[in-house]
Design a protein around this ligand. Structure first.
Ligand code: SAH
Length: 253
Protein backbone atom coordinates (compact mmCIF):
# COMPACT_ATOMS: atom_id res chain seq x y z
CA UNK A 1 0.00 0.00 0.00
CA UNK A 2 1.37 3.43 -0.91
CA UNK A 3 1.72 6.30 1.52
CA UNK A 4 -1.11 8.18 -0.15
CA UNK A 5 -3.41 5.18 0.09
CA UNK A 6 -2.87 4.89 3.83
CA UNK A 7 -4.26 8.42 4.23
CA UNK A 8 -7.44 7.83 2.31
CA UNK A 9 -10.72 7.20 4.11
CA UNK A 10 -14.42 6.68 3.58
CA UNK A 11 -16.82 8.20 6.11
CA UNK A 12 -20.47 7.41 5.64
CA UNK A 13 -22.47 10.13 7.25
CA UNK A 14 -26.02 11.30 7.90
CA UNK A 15 -27.11 14.88 7.20
CA UNK A 16 -30.21 14.66 9.44
CA UNK A 17 -33.77 15.39 8.31
CA UNK A 18 -33.14 18.76 6.64
CA UNK A 19 -32.47 21.57 9.11
CA UNK A 20 -28.79 22.54 9.03
CA UNK A 21 -28.71 22.92 12.82
CA UNK A 22 -29.49 19.21 13.04
CA UNK A 23 -26.24 18.22 11.29
CA UNK A 24 -23.82 17.05 14.00
CA UNK A 25 -20.58 18.93 14.60
CA UNK A 26 -18.69 15.70 13.85
CA UNK A 27 -20.32 15.45 10.42
CA UNK A 28 -19.60 19.12 9.65
CA UNK A 29 -15.94 18.54 10.44
CA UNK A 30 -15.73 15.51 8.16
CA UNK A 31 -17.33 17.44 5.29
CA UNK A 32 -14.74 20.20 5.82
CA UNK A 33 -11.90 17.64 5.58
CA UNK A 34 -13.22 15.64 2.60
CA UNK A 35 -11.74 15.78 -0.90
CA UNK A 36 -14.77 14.04 -2.44
CA UNK A 37 -18.46 13.79 -1.62
CA UNK A 38 -20.55 10.95 -3.02
CA UNK A 39 -24.33 10.55 -2.82
CA UNK A 40 -27.82 10.88 -4.23
CA UNK A 41 -28.35 14.23 -6.03
CA UNK A 42 -30.60 16.04 -3.47
CA UNK A 43 -28.29 15.17 -0.57
CA UNK A 44 -25.11 16.20 -2.41
CA UNK A 45 -26.84 19.52 -3.21
CA UNK A 46 -26.79 20.27 0.52
CA UNK A 47 -22.96 20.32 0.53
CA UNK A 48 -21.48 23.79 -0.20
CA UNK A 49 -18.94 23.84 -3.01
CA UNK A 50 -15.37 24.86 -2.21
CA UNK A 51 -11.95 24.62 -3.89
CA UNK A 52 -10.42 21.17 -3.46
CA UNK A 53 -13.76 19.42 -3.07
CA UNK A 54 -15.27 17.31 -5.86
CA UNK A 55 -18.98 16.52 -5.68
CA UNK A 56 -20.15 13.23 -7.24
CA UNK A 57 -23.96 13.33 -7.37
CA UNK A 58 -25.68 10.23 -8.75
CA UNK A 59 -29.22 9.07 -9.31
CA UNK A 60 -31.08 6.88 -6.84
CA UNK A 61 -30.95 3.06 -7.04
CA UNK A 62 -27.25 2.91 -7.89
CA UNK A 63 -26.18 2.59 -4.29
CA UNK A 64 -23.69 -0.26 -4.70
CA UNK A 65 -21.97 1.33 -7.74
CA UNK A 66 -21.76 4.61 -5.84
CA UNK A 67 -20.29 2.84 -2.81
CA UNK A 68 -17.73 0.97 -4.95
CA UNK A 69 -16.65 4.28 -6.47
CA UNK A 70 -16.19 5.69 -2.95
CA UNK A 71 -14.01 2.72 -1.97
CA UNK A 72 -11.92 3.03 -5.17
CA UNK A 73 -11.26 6.70 -4.46
CA UNK A 74 -10.33 6.02 -0.83
CA UNK A 75 -7.89 3.33 -2.01
CA UNK A 76 -6.27 6.03 -4.19
CA UNK A 77 -5.75 8.19 -1.10
CA UNK A 78 -8.81 10.43 -1.30
CA UNK A 79 -10.90 11.44 1.70
CA UNK A 80 -14.41 10.48 0.73
CA UNK A 81 -17.64 11.47 2.47
CA UNK A 82 -20.63 9.33 1.47
CA UNK A 83 -23.75 11.29 2.33
CA UNK A 84 -27.26 10.09 3.23
CA UNK A 85 -30.19 11.97 4.68
CA UNK A 86 -31.11 11.25 8.28
CA UNK A 87 -28.92 8.48 9.64
CA UNK A 88 -26.72 6.54 7.18
CA UNK A 89 -27.52 3.23 8.88
CA UNK A 90 -31.30 3.57 8.44
CA UNK A 91 -32.39 2.44 4.94
CA UNK A 92 -29.40 4.27 3.50
CA UNK A 93 -25.78 4.12 2.34
CA UNK A 94 -23.95 2.44 5.25
CA UNK A 95 -25.18 -1.07 4.44
CA UNK A 96 -24.73 -0.40 0.70
CA UNK A 97 -21.09 0.44 1.34
CA UNK A 98 -20.47 -2.78 3.26
CA UNK A 99 -22.30 -4.75 0.55
CA UNK A 100 -19.96 -3.18 -2.01
CA UNK A 101 -16.94 -4.00 0.15
CA UNK A 102 -18.02 -7.63 0.41
CA UNK A 103 -18.84 -7.95 -3.31
CA UNK A 104 -15.58 -6.34 -4.45
CA UNK A 105 -13.55 -9.18 -2.97
CA UNK A 106 -10.50 -6.92 -2.66
CA UNK A 107 -8.48 -8.01 0.41
CA UNK A 108 -6.51 -4.73 0.25
CA UNK A 109 -9.75 -2.74 0.74
CA UNK A 110 -10.41 -4.47 4.08
CA UNK A 111 -7.64 -2.34 5.62
CA UNK A 112 -9.18 0.94 4.46
CA UNK A 113 -10.24 3.44 7.10
CA UNK A 114 -14.05 3.14 6.94
CA UNK A 115 -16.28 4.83 9.52
CA UNK A 116 -20.00 5.39 9.92
CA UNK A 117 -21.07 8.67 11.53
CA UNK A 118 -24.62 8.82 12.88
CA UNK A 119 -27.27 11.41 12.07
CA UNK A 120 -30.78 12.19 13.26
CA UNK A 121 -33.13 9.81 11.50
CA UNK A 122 -36.51 11.00 10.17
CA UNK A 123 -38.49 8.79 12.54
CA UNK A 124 -36.87 10.26 15.65
CA UNK A 125 -36.95 13.84 14.36
CA UNK A 126 -40.68 13.39 13.66
CA UNK A 127 -41.25 11.69 17.00
CA UNK A 128 -39.70 14.67 18.82
CA UNK A 129 -42.01 17.11 16.99
CA UNK A 130 -45.07 15.01 17.83
CA UNK A 131 -44.21 14.46 21.49
CA UNK A 132 -42.94 11.02 22.50
CA UNK A 133 -44.78 8.40 20.40
CA UNK A 134 -41.68 6.15 20.45
CA UNK A 135 -41.48 6.35 24.25
CA UNK A 136 -41.69 2.57 24.58
CA UNK A 137 -40.61 -0.35 22.35
CA UNK A 138 -40.75 0.39 18.63
CA UNK A 139 -39.99 -0.96 15.15
CA UNK A 140 -38.79 0.90 12.05
CA UNK A 141 -40.11 -0.56 8.81
CA UNK A 142 -39.36 0.40 5.21
CA UNK A 143 -42.59 0.07 3.21
CA UNK A 144 -40.82 -0.01 -0.16
CA UNK A 145 -40.80 -3.41 -1.85
CA UNK A 146 -37.80 -2.55 -4.08
CA UNK A 147 -35.49 -4.77 -2.06
CA UNK A 148 -37.88 -7.22 -0.35
CA UNK A 149 -41.14 -8.96 -1.25
CA UNK A 150 -44.41 -7.23 -0.34
CA UNK A 151 -45.55 -10.40 1.48
CA UNK A 152 -42.72 -9.97 3.97
CA UNK A 153 -43.72 -6.35 4.60
CA UNK A 154 -47.31 -7.44 5.33
CA UNK A 155 -46.04 -10.09 7.75
CA UNK A 156 -43.79 -7.65 9.61
CA UNK A 157 -46.56 -5.04 9.86
CA UNK A 158 -49.00 -7.54 11.25
CA UNK A 159 -46.62 -9.10 13.77
CA UNK A 160 -45.19 -5.77 14.96
CA UNK A 161 -48.74 -4.43 15.38
CA UNK A 162 -49.92 -7.52 17.25
CA UNK A 163 -46.83 -7.41 19.49
CA UNK A 164 -47.71 -3.84 20.51
CA UNK A 165 -44.69 -2.08 19.00
CA UNK A 166 -45.04 1.57 18.06
CA UNK A 167 -43.86 1.83 14.43
CA UNK A 168 -42.12 4.25 12.11
CA UNK A 169 -42.63 3.75 8.37
CA UNK A 170 -40.15 5.00 5.79
CA UNK A 171 -40.87 5.30 2.03
CA UNK A 172 -44.59 4.84 2.77
CA UNK A 173 -46.20 5.56 -0.57
CA UNK A 174 -44.72 6.28 -4.01
CA UNK A 175 -46.27 6.97 -7.40
CA UNK A 176 -45.05 3.59 -8.67
CA UNK A 177 -46.86 1.68 -5.91
CA UNK A 178 -49.89 3.77 -4.95
CA UNK A 179 -52.10 0.94 -3.62
CA UNK A 180 -49.86 -0.77 -1.11
CA UNK A 181 -50.14 1.86 1.61
CA UNK A 182 -53.95 1.41 1.69
CA UNK A 183 -53.35 -2.29 2.25
CA UNK A 184 -50.85 -1.47 5.01
CA UNK A 185 -53.49 0.65 6.77
CA UNK A 186 -56.00 -2.23 6.58
CA UNK A 187 -53.52 -4.61 8.21
CA UNK A 188 -52.72 -2.06 10.92
CA UNK A 189 -56.42 -1.52 11.73
CA UNK A 190 -56.79 -5.29 12.17
CA UNK A 191 -53.57 -5.75 14.16
CA UNK A 192 -53.67 -2.62 16.37
CA UNK A 193 -57.34 -1.54 16.48
CA UNK A 194 -58.92 1.41 14.66
CA UNK A 195 -58.59 3.86 17.56
CA UNK A 196 -54.77 3.68 17.58
CA UNK A 197 -53.14 7.04 16.79
CA UNK A 198 -51.21 7.53 13.55
CA UNK A 199 -49.15 10.62 12.66
CA UNK A 200 -48.11 11.75 9.20
CA UNK A 201 -44.95 13.87 9.39
CA UNK A 202 -43.97 15.48 6.09
CA UNK A 203 -40.76 17.46 5.46
CA UNK A 204 -39.81 17.30 9.12
CA UNK A 205 -37.54 20.19 10.20
CA UNK A 206 -37.96 21.97 6.83
CA UNK A 207 -39.94 25.21 6.28
CA UNK A 208 -42.66 23.13 4.56
CA UNK A 209 -43.08 20.80 7.57
CA UNK A 210 -46.61 19.46 8.10
CA UNK A 211 -47.67 17.07 10.87
CA UNK A 212 -51.13 15.54 11.27
CA UNK A 213 -52.31 13.03 13.86
CA UNK A 214 -55.54 11.02 13.41
CA UNK A 215 -56.81 7.56 14.37
CA UNK A 216 -56.21 4.54 12.12
CA UNK A 217 -59.94 4.60 11.31
CA UNK A 218 -59.58 8.18 10.02
CA UNK A 219 -56.31 7.62 8.15
CA UNK A 220 -56.40 7.80 4.33
CA UNK A 221 -53.66 6.61 1.97
CA UNK A 222 -53.34 10.09 0.37
CA UNK A 223 -52.08 11.45 3.70
CA UNK A 224 -48.65 9.90 2.95
CA UNK A 225 -46.10 10.35 0.18
CA UNK A 226 -42.35 9.78 -0.17
CA UNK A 227 -41.57 12.94 1.83
CA UNK A 228 -43.56 11.62 4.79
CA UNK A 229 -42.50 9.41 7.67
CA UNK A 230 -45.51 7.74 9.27
CA UNK A 231 -45.62 7.04 13.00
CA UNK A 232 -48.12 4.57 14.49
CA UNK A 233 -48.46 4.33 18.24
CA UNK A 234 -49.39 1.31 20.32
CA UNK A 235 -52.69 0.93 22.17
CA UNK A 236 -51.40 2.97 25.12
CA UNK A 237 -50.38 5.91 22.91
CA UNK A 238 -52.51 8.93 23.80
CA UNK A 239 -52.91 12.67 23.53
CA UNK A 240 -52.19 15.14 26.30
CA UNK A 241 -53.24 18.58 25.03
CA UNK A 242 -51.46 19.09 21.68
CA UNK A 243 -48.89 16.36 22.42
CA UNK A 244 -48.93 12.65 21.59
CA UNK A 245 -47.00 10.23 23.76
CA UNK A 246 -46.56 6.57 24.55
CA UNK A 247 -46.13 5.87 28.26
CA UNK A 248 -43.02 4.08 29.50
CA UNK A 249 -45.16 1.26 30.86
CA UNK A 250 -47.15 -1.21 28.75
CA UNK A 251 -50.45 -2.85 29.61
CA UNK A 252 -50.77 -6.54 28.75
CA UNK A 253 -51.55 -7.17 25.05
N1 SAH B 1 -31.63 7.53 6.04
C1 SAH B 1 -32.86 8.28 6.12
C2 SAH B 1 -34.03 7.52 5.49
C3 SAH B 1 -33.92 7.31 4.00
S1 SAH B 1 -35.33 6.53 3.33
C4 SAH B 1 -33.16 8.63 7.59
O1 SAH B 1 -32.49 8.09 8.48
O2 SAH B 1 -34.05 9.45 7.84
C5 SAH B 1 -36.26 7.95 2.76
C6 SAH B 1 -37.52 8.12 3.58
O3 SAH B 1 -37.18 8.76 4.82
C7 SAH B 1 -38.58 9.02 2.99
O4 SAH B 1 -39.41 8.32 2.06
C8 SAH B 1 -39.36 9.43 4.22
O5 SAH B 1 -40.21 8.37 4.64
C9 SAH B 1 -38.25 9.56 5.25
N2 SAH B 1 -37.75 10.95 5.42
C10 SAH B 1 -36.50 11.39 5.20
N3 SAH B 1 -36.39 12.71 5.51
C11 SAH B 1 -37.62 13.09 5.95
C12 SAH B 1 -38.15 14.33 6.45
N4 SAH B 1 -37.40 15.44 6.56
N5 SAH B 1 -39.45 14.35 6.81
C13 SAH B 1 -40.23 13.24 6.72
N6 SAH B 1 -39.77 12.05 6.27
C14 SAH B 1 -38.49 11.97 5.90
Amino acid sequence: MTDAATKGWVKILGLGPGDETMVTAQVQQVIAEATDVVGYIPYVKRIPERPGLTLHATDNRVEVERATHALEMAAEGKRVAVVSSGDPGVFAMASALFEALELANRPDWLDLDIQVLPGITAMLAASARIGAPMGHDFAAINLSDNLKPWGLIEKRLRLAGEAGFAMGFYNPRSKSRPHQFGRALEILREACGGETLISFARDVSKPTEEITTVTLNEARPEMADMRTVVIVGNKDTRRVGPHVYTPRYASDT
